[in-house]
Ligand binder design. Sequence first.
Ligand code: BG6
Ligand code: MG
Length: 218
Amino acid sequence: EIKACIFDLDGVVVDTAKYHYLAWKRLAQELGFEFTEQHNERLKGVSRMRSLEILLEVGGLSFPLDEMERMAAKKNAWYVEYIERMTPDEILPGAKELLEELRANGIKVSLGSASKNSPLILERIGLKNHFDAVIDGNSVTVAKPAPDIFLVAAKSLGVNPEFCVVFEDAEAGIEAAINAGMRTVGIGNPQILNRADVVVPNLKGFTYSKLIELFLKK
Ligand code: BG6
Ligand code: MG
């Protein structure tokens, strides 16, 4: 039985990876090295400070913690400039329809994102009122693949983890959901998301009945 669905934000509901990339690339440029799109893949689903650690590793640099905090804040200010200009057109295909259909069928819906910027993004894309709970990097700081974000989401919906399905585009996110004892739908590359129960390219055409059908058999 499925009683709740938990959605990651970046890469599932919106494609913000491109904005994260532009901001990280700018920081790398300031520090004097190139940061490629391929490097950026490693930052998906990972917290802001962990992302910075990976970036500095790519550049072969290291800094004391206070310097790193200053750099992360700078990157975030640039990132916020991009997401402040987001519009509802940037919602990924099928996401809004699925959220609405799930709730119409009595399924509870939560956000489960590592991002501290999720309230701003939800506001800009007009999905603030589409979730029964919003659990993100502001409420839970323990990063995926730890299960904390998803467990807190389930708890605030009042649903046991076994009745939850998580929608995730990142490997660390699928791990986190498995660690939480939840079912998983991977969004993207089946090779990367090979631990997910099922993988789809995107949410286009993903319906309530498809969800029920998929997890009835499991
Ligand atoms: C995740 C993204 O959703 O949020 C990561 O996939 C990002 O790339 C992380 O680093 C933290 O986001 P923010 O907005 O708090 O810097
Ligand atoms: Mg993601």
